[in-house]
Design a protein around this ligand. Sequence first.
Ligand code: SAH
Ligand code: SF4
Length: 380
Amino acid sequence: MSAANLLDFDLDGLAAFCEQLGEKRFRATQLFRWIHQKGASDFEQMSDLAKSLRGKLQGVATLKPLPIISEHVSADGTIKWLFDVGAGNAVESVYIPEDDRATLCISSQAGCAVGCRFCSTGHQGFSRNLTTGEIIAQLWYAEHSLRKRLGQTERVISNVVMMGMGEPLQNYSAVMPALRMMLDDHGYGLSRRRVTVSTSGVVPMIERLKNDCPVALAVSLHAPNDLLRDELVPINRKYPIDELLSACSDYLSAAPRDFITFEYCMLDGVNDTDEHAHQLIDLVRGRISCKFNLIPFNPFPASGLHRSDNARVQAFARILADAGLITTVRKTRGDDIDAACGQLAGEVQDRTNAKGRMTRQPVVVTLIPGAAGRGTPPSN
Ligand code: SAH
Ligand code: SF4
């Protein structure tokens, strides 16, 4: 039997695992804290953990970080990591520091089956679901390597958004324990309002999320009517806008915030006219408490789509705002390292095509070689 990856377990899971080893729950809690709060990767580092337990763990348990392929640091402080998930697949995480917060954007799948027209990950197709351990390993690595780098003992990452590669609600069973670990006071201790799941609209799973672990919810709307949304976000053919909005309204009864964030990617001549803005207003006003986040489209070659110009984005935002809808325009971060929304898969493909050579020149590139780059943050 292969050794269990302890990154796969939320606290209850770890307690069950320890119980099989004849250990009490408080031991599991100690172990959990060593892993997630202190970033330990080696049982021998866990000094206050009973020697007997450390002994039992050797051989039956392991802590498996994700091997790192590369790290890119943008001029604006954004950092993008490319992690190897095997069989030629890679996923990305992006760290976005701001004045009042530091957000980590993480991936839930290698590729994505939803196939949105404007999304590079969607064009890539679906490879596989990440495991819980692979999802949390992104946060584990980012948090503890940044603490070390910044010389900090306190928490660095204050917010997590599941807006990287993949559709989190199509990998529900792996995402759920990962969310619990983010929220757990013995883990990353993030509040529910600081953890956001972004979904293209997997309606039945929005309902489940509400019951199981209601974190902040962002919904990728991108179109004000079914005809257009069917084209841009194909899952709309299964769960059309009316059902989606009902699920969003229901979600609000449990949500940590009193609004749903609607993401809207601004595509030149496709969904960005005044008429589209008015349709959006008719769709949501009086029906659901929401905020709009307009995302300037990040182009990639195969999309055949173009970014709306700034004046258009501003005019669109103004129409929504004048109708009383809170509207923000997302700043693009990490543009110089292709870390912006929807660009995340682009480079993976570039790399594959170019046999590992980066085709675009980021500001700082660190290619971390093989075994030396085994994602293990130096312990504190
Ligand atoms: N699958 C989930 C989460 C990952 S995508 C979802 O679709 O919500 C995260 C966000 O990036 C979504 O709002 C998505 O629509 C947006 N996005 C995808 N491709 C983009 C692109 N090329 N430019 C701008 N935003 C994009
Ligand atoms: Fe998948 Fe989200 Fe990209 Fe659509 S936008 S293809 S759901 S990752």
